[in-house]
Design a protein around this ligand. Sequence first.
Ligand code: ZN
Length: 237
Amino acid sequence: MNPDLKKLLDIQGFDKQIAELEQELRRIQQKEERIIGVVETKLSQMNDVKEEIEELNKDLQFKEELLKDTLENLNKLEVKLNSVTTEKQMQAVNTEIDIAKTNKTVLEEKIESLKEQIEQKRKGLRELEDRYEQLKKTLRDYQDRFAKRREEIHNKINEINSLKEELLPTIDKKILKKYEKINRWAKGTAIVPVMKDACYGCFMKLTPQVLALLEDTDEIVYCPNCGRMLYLEEPSE
Ligand SMILES: [Zn+2]
């Protein structure tokens, strides 16, 4: 094989490794964003429940004040009942007392129900808070792992890049330019093997002349159809 082509094949291999590592970085990023999204959703659910509890508490306070007023009114009416002189007055006060008692019962029931609702909501909130803490811990664990892996990946990419930088100046400039030009559209497949007498880039059958060039010379051979650089796979040992 042409020695420059052999080096370019290494370069292509390095680029492929870098592309895979960069893809892994993106996957890590996406996974991290997904977990952060779940944590944020939990937080916003917690805030919603807190607001609901606040609303219920306001309603509870309002009804408790109403109940207090109703009880005071009831006391006053009972005092008043003792001081009435006529049957008619007594009837009127008794009617008022009945109404106040009904109000009292209704309010007490509502207050009881509100307290139960608040208790339920608080229970739900505690569960959400527990889950939120767990999720935050999971996120921290993942972030630790992700940070380590990111560092490993960046080190590996740097390592590959220095190998590349060592190799690049040793390659014939014209051939390197040609390779880069093909790679702009071929994206990682600028150099392809010949498989079953066909270009492994475009799968076009190669002519016996092209195959003979590959077999018998050290020249760089281009696929007449797609223009990629071709090489014969060395027989494996
Ligand atoms: Zn081709």
